[in-house]
Structures are given as structure tokens and as C-alpha cells.
Design a protein around this ligand. Structure first.
Ligand SMILES: C[S@@+](CC[C@H](N)C(=O)[O-])C[C@H]1O[C@@H](n2cnc3c(N)ncnc32)[C@H](O)[C@@H]1O
Length: 255
């Protein structure tokens, strides 16, 4: 990837995720949905945060035989929402995140969890994590926001590098959904009218000058499995629509 383009991408991506407060990070970036967005009651918000965390943790560890002596690593860990319960199940739970603000809120959120921490990274590598040192690498609600294919590929290569042989990888990303027929008709006219072609739910790719927002690369299940295999990660399970209509969870293992 061209260095200047990557630097601009990292700067724009950080700007989007660098939330002004822990409240904004939790309820406007990490757990945001129509019910949360319209809720003004703090205790209800806390309840929703905890409920979603429990449900998503169950999806995340589905089929992974986590052991007490394992080292786990999360890509795009935010304030450590999933690392906290994960740390109760393993020896060490470490996360990386592109946003310095998220990392600083994580220090507070994980203050009572000594075997968990979030480290600032460059948004595409796991430098500082030793080769073949991790039993379980995972990512939830982060790959769906990656807006450059090079970044996805870089992370997959890094996951292969840091996993122990036989180590587990579990990633949630957005599945390519078929474009609704109405949108397909509209797409015929859009280029003539000078409008952007609709690519389906949440699909959003980076271009300098374009505002970063929610959304990122979407993958067709075959395309995604092919990419994992190319990075020497053997796919053992793929779950479509678990947790959300467009979520795709995959389990893979280092060969
Ligand atoms: C929706 S939050 C999810 C946080 C956490 N995984 C959770 O489920 O609670 C997405 C996180 O991914 C981080 N992120 C986005 N792009 C990233 C990248 N390229 N590398 C590392 N972190 C990234 C953001 O800063 C943010 O903290």
C-alpha cells in the first residue's frame, strides 16, 4: 500500500473512532442501535450494554475450547468490553486498537482486571506481539468497519504469524448481501445522474477526502473463506446471520 495513502487512511479512521467521552465511546460507537440511541436512562443503558455484551461474548466463544492457560488477543478491542469477561476465562487477554481515546478509556474500564489491557496500534499490524504466542485471536465489530482490503489482508497475515500452531481465530465481519431489486433499478440511473452506486448494506470503502463513518468491506462467504485459506487459516465453521442478519462469524485454525 502507498505510504501516504495509508497515513491518510489511518488519520481519518482514528478521527472517527476517537470519541470525546467514555459515554460516547460506549453508546455511540461500540454499542449503538436505535434503542440505545434513543435511551436517556443511564441504568437502562447499562443494562443494554451488559445484555449485548453477554450475548455477543456467547457468539464469540461458540465452539472455542478456551483454557485457563491461554493467551488471547482481540483486534479492535475498543474500551475492553469483551476483553473483561474473556480475561476471567484465560491467563491473559490483550487487545489492540487504532484509537488513542479508546485505549485511554480502556485503562479505566479494565482497571479492576489486571490480566487484560488494550494497546495502541497502527491499524493494520500486530507489531509487538511475538510470533506463535497466541492461542486465540478474535475480532468482533471491527472487521466490519475496515475500509481497505490491504488492511484486512495485513491483519490475516499477522494473525497467522502470532497464532500458535493449531491456534484458533474467530472473526465477525459483514456478509455481502444481495442488492434489493428496487436498488438495482435505481443503480441503472445513478451514474447518469452523477450519484454513487448503491452497493448493499453498510458497504463503504475508503477514499481520501471521503468522510469516514460506520461501514466497511463486505464479503461473500466464499470470498471470505478463500481469503482465510490464502492466509493459511483453515476454516472449520462459518455462521451466517448469528446475532445480526448480515453478520458472518467464522472459526479458523492455523495449520
Ligand atoms: C464498534 S467498536 C468495537 C469494540 C470491541 N470490539 C467491542 O466489541 O466492544 C470498533 C473498534 O475498532 C477499532 N478499530 C477500527 N478500525 C481499526 C483498525 N484498523 N485497527 C484497529 N482497531 C480498529 C475502533 O477504534 C473501535 O474501538
Amino acid at each position: 500500500m502507498k505510504a501516504a495513502l495509508y497515513q491518510q487512511w489511518a488519520k481519518d479512521t482514528r478521527k472517527f473512532w476517537d470519541s470525546e467521552s467514555e459515554f460516547e465511546a460506549k453508546y455511540r460507537r461500540i454499542c449503538s442501535d436505535p434503542e440505545i440511541d434513543s435511551c436517556e436512562d443511564e441504568s437502562r443503558l447499562k443494562e443494554l450494554w451488559e445484555k449485548r455484551t453477554r450475548e455477543e461474548l456467547d457468539q464469540l466463544i461458540d465452539g472455542v475450547p478456551i483454557r485457563e492457560d491461554w493467551s488471547c488477543l482481540e483486534i479492535g478491542a475498543g474500551i475492553g468490553r469483551l476483553l473483561k469477561p474473556m480475561a476471567q476465562r484465560c491467563h491473559q487477554a490483550v487487545g489492540v486498537d487504532i484509537s488513542a481515546k479508546m485505549v485511554s478509556y480502556a485503562e479505566n474500564y479494565l482497571a479492576d482486571t489486571p490480566n487484560a489491557k488494550v494497546m495502541l496500534n497502527d491499524g493494520m499490524t500486530l507489531s509487538g506481539v511475538e510470533d506463535s504466542s497466541i492461542d486465540f485471536a478474535y475480532s468482533h465489530l471491527a472487521f466490519q468497519h475496515l475500509t481497505m482490503l490491504e488492511v484486512v489482508k495485513s491483519y490475516l497475515a499477522e494473525i497467522h504469524r502470532i497464532l500458535k500452531p493449531g491456534g484458533y481465530c474467530r472473526i465477525q465481519c459483514w456478509r455481502e448481501a444481495e442488492t434489493p431489486i428496487k436498488e438495482r433499478f435505481k443503480n441503472i440511473l445513478r451514474p447518469i445522474l452523477g450519484k454513487t452506486v448503491y452497493h448493499g448494506p453498510r458497504r463503504w470503502l475508503y477514499a481520501p477526502g471521503k468522510e469516514v463513518k460506520f461501514g466497511g468491506i463486505t464479503f461473500h462467504p466464499h470470498q471470505w473463506q478463500h481469503l482465510l485459506r490464502k492466509h493459511r487459516l483453515t476454516v472449520t465453521n462459518i455462521q451466517l446471520g448469528m446475532g445480526h442478519e448480515y453478520w458472518m462469524w467464522t472459526t479458523s485454525r492455523k495449520q
